[in-house]
Design a protein around this ligand. Structure first.
Ligand SMILES: Cc1ncc(C[n+]2csc(CCOP(=O)(O)OP(=O)(O)O)c2C)c(N)n1
Length: 685
């Protein structure tokens, strides 16, 4: 336990009498602290008026809890990351974000931090080292793991701090983030603001432990419960804890006891809270108590305080005047679409020129299995990018479930090839944290099926962050997918369509060894989150030419596999091989095959060309039929190429059932079993 944690006040946080211990803080510092805590309170008081006047839309009040946000921020260095929540205005003001810009943000104005795309505190800013929340409670915690891992890898003396409400501690993300931080010895402070209620739910209906801080022990970390309304206690604790975390390279859990003096948000009221609690906590108001202390220490007198208030009031008015002066939002479709993805700034055109990697004229012919091509692409990427970190279950010494990273630990070391606990959500979150700090990362899902437990981070954090506040997520998630291996409903799914529906992600799905290597390299070079699907049944069954050099296959470009005149099969992954086999077995039919290679973004030009070549299109995929990407492609063709069609676009997908274990059942499930019938129907049309 750090020395600085021994002040008297934190031992009995619920005593209504508040004692302050200034330790070595000078009068100037105390005055600075006073201004820092008063400012968000005065801003909020003003916001409550503006809310009533309909000038802002929603407000989550932090009145009564300011000592936590302000004390914590004062205790950290300005370049240490903080992941605040909806009541933590004090973090934003203490990091000196200009109020007029914050006000633009709250109004949804173009000049705000999220260009009007996000509400209230749901934004971040790397200049201020603040990564704001998404609406979902919990995912912010693991992002702190990631930025902290970055500092640890760089051997920088830094800590990261993530907030949670006591309600948020019930989320699985809380458990995962604390566990990963503990196992990886990351200097992260997890700061729980226990304000008694999660919306209307009191702590008695939220958890059964006596104190949340008791959970620390379960994770193998230290923890302390403090009076969250005592500014100096919060400051001193976090100052000391950050020292401890850095020195010992350990995480730490702090439970700050406080109370929410207003409703969950202004519209939700406080009827469910007994009145006596308000009366009790009124006595513990963090600002009034601090004022009493400053007066008693003769640091300030009442006139000084009045002057400070007047000065802050003037500042707030001036800032709001600027804040109200925003331009009307003019929606520009193109701009909106452009901001979904980060631009690739470091772009080596030579890598995607691909003359050396042509399928037709291989420089030096060398055959690799698809699995070896994935491995080579990953290995060369590790050599190329010193800042690329690999994470996944059993990927270090064991080499991963499919042995793709076998030998990587001896080549690149355990810092960069990291075994993870079984915490998919936290690892995706940590990958985002690494990206905030300029790292690239690749996470291996042991099986694509397990992505469901990391889904929220991918769909809501990685995919949306660039559009929301301009931060890229430089993350590749490798997804060993697909069936045909008799592995049943949870080790065989084709779940690419879940992601192809999510703006902000890129989805690639190679079918050949050459593409597997080139697309993986391209995915790692891309600053956006890329879901990289690799079909398990193709790993060892498909071999092909793979150039030795480091090269890319451009994301978003389909491959014309085979020319034909009768029918175009538009497909990807295993479908490419089914279509090729079918074409070889039916030489009387002239079959044209297009391998999409990327499912998001789709190569519409190549799709149009495939329609033009034959006028008859079958979209084929291993994924189940309903809601598969085939429906999207068929619909696009109907809309844009109707005049070129000689028959309706047809789809061949797998049965709309979970994927069965028994190999005979699986055969019937698979789209391949209906391919002949669908081609005959289409040709007969
Ligand atoms: C995953 C998730 N579930 C539900 C909600 C809806 N919700 C928003 S705030 C809130 C209460 C949160 O309580 P707590 O974590 O104690 O924080 P507090 O609001 O008290 O600061 C709930 C249930 C949400 N935002 N995210």
């Amino acid at each position: 336990m750090p020395d600085r944690l021994t002040s008297k006040s934190e031992k009995s946080p619920l005593n209504s009498h508040m004692t302050f211990d200034r330790k070595h803080l000078s009068n100037e510092q105390l005055v600075h602290f006073y201004r820092s805590i008063l400012y968000p309170r005065m801003i909020e008081e003003k916001m409550l008026i503006l809310l009533r006047q309909g000038k802002i839309s929603k407000w989550f009040s932090g009145i009564g809890q300011e000592a936590i946000a302000v004390g914590a921020t004062l205790a950290l260095q300005p370049d240490e990351w903080i992941m605040p929540l909806h009541r933590n205005l004090g973090v934003f003001t203490t990091r000196e974000m200009p109020l007029h810009k914050l006000f633009h943000q709250w109004q949804g104005a173009q000049e705000g931090y999220s260009k009007g795309r996000e509400r209230s505190f749901h934004f971040g800013n790397s200049e201020h080292h603040i990564c704001g929340m998404i609406s979902h409670l919990g995912p912010q915690l693991a992002i702190a793991d990631g930025v902290s891992l970055a500092s640890k890898l760089r051997k920088e003396d830094k800590v990261a701090l993530a907030f949670s409400g006591e309600g948020g501690t019930s989320e699985g993300d809380f458990h995962e983030a604390l566990n990963v931080a503990a196992v990886w010895d990351l200097p992260v402070i997890f700061l729980v603001e226990n304000n008694g209620y999660g919306l209307s739910t009191p702590t008695a209906e939220q958890f059964r432990c006596i104190s949340l801080v008791d959970k620390a022990k379960g994770y193998g970390m230290e923890g302390v419960q403090i009076d969250g309304n005592n500014l100096l206690t919060v400051y001193d604790t976090i100052y000391g804890v950050s020292d401890y975390c850095i020195k010992h390279q350990k995480p730490f859990l702090i439970e700050a006891i406080t109370f929410r003096m207003r409703g969950h948000e202004e519209a939700s009221g406080t009827k469910y809270v007994p009145q006596r609690l308000f009366e009790l906590w009124e006595q513990k108001d963090p600002i009034r108590n601090f004022e009493t202390y400053l007066l008693s220490q003769q640091v300030l007198n009442t006139e000084d305080m009045e002057n400070i208030r007047a000065e802050l009031k003037e500042q707030i008015e001036a800032e709001l005047e600027k804040g109200f002066d925003s331009l009307p939002v003019v929606a520009d479709e193109e701009q909106e679409l452009n901001d979904v993805y980060a631009e690739r700034t470091v772009f080596n055109a030579e890598l995607v020129d691909n003359s050396a990697v042509s399928y037709d004229s291989p420089s030096v012919h060398r055959e690799l299995r698809l699995i070896d091509a994935v491995k080579e692409g990953l290995h060369q990427s590790m050599e190329q990018h010193a800042n690329l970190i690999l994470m996944g279950q059993d990927i270090a010494e064991y080499g991963g479930a499919f042995k793709i990273t076998e030998g990587f630990v001896s080549d690149f070391g355990k810092d960069r090839v990291r075994n993870t606990p079984l915490c998919e959500s936290a690892i995706v979150g940590a990958a985002l944290g690494l990206s905030l700090e300029g790292y690239k990362s690749m996470m291996e899902m042991q099986f694509a099926d397990f992505v469901t437990v990391g889904f929220n981070q991918i769909i809501n954090n990685l995919a949306k962050i660039h559009y929301r506040w301009g931060q890229h997520a430089d993350v590749v998630i490798r997804m060993p997918a697909g069936g045909g291996v008799g592995a049943g409903p949870f080790h065989s799914q084709s779940n690419e369509a879940w992601f192809a529906h999510t703006p902000g992600l890129k989805v690639v799905y190679p079918s050949t060894p050459m593409d597997a290597k080139g697309l993986l390299i391209a995915a790692i070079n891309d600053p956006n989150p890329v879901m990289y699907f690799e079909h398990k049944a193709l790993y060892r069954s498909v071999s092909g030419h793979v150039p030795e050099e480091y090269y890319e296959i451009e994301i978003g470009k389909a491959r014309h596999v085979r020319s034909g005149e009768d029918i175009s099969v538009i497909t990807y992954g295993s479908g490419v091989h089914w279509a090729q086999e079918y074409a070889a077995a039916h030489p009387q039919l002239s079959i044209d095959i297009l391998d999409l290679r990327t499912l998001l973004p789709l190569d519409y030009q190549a799709i149009r060309a495939a329609v033009d070549r034959t006028g008859r299109v079958l979209v084929l995929h291993e994924d189940t039929l309903t809601g598969g990407i085939g429906g999207e492609i068929a619909s696009w063709i109907g809309e844009h190429c109707f005049g070129k069609l000689d028959a309706p676009v047809m789809r061949c997908g797998s049965l709309d059932t979970p994927i069965p274990f028994n190999i005979e059942l699986e055969k019937t499930f698979m789209a391949k079993s209906r391919l002949d019938e669908m081609i005959r129907r289409l040709m007969a049309y």
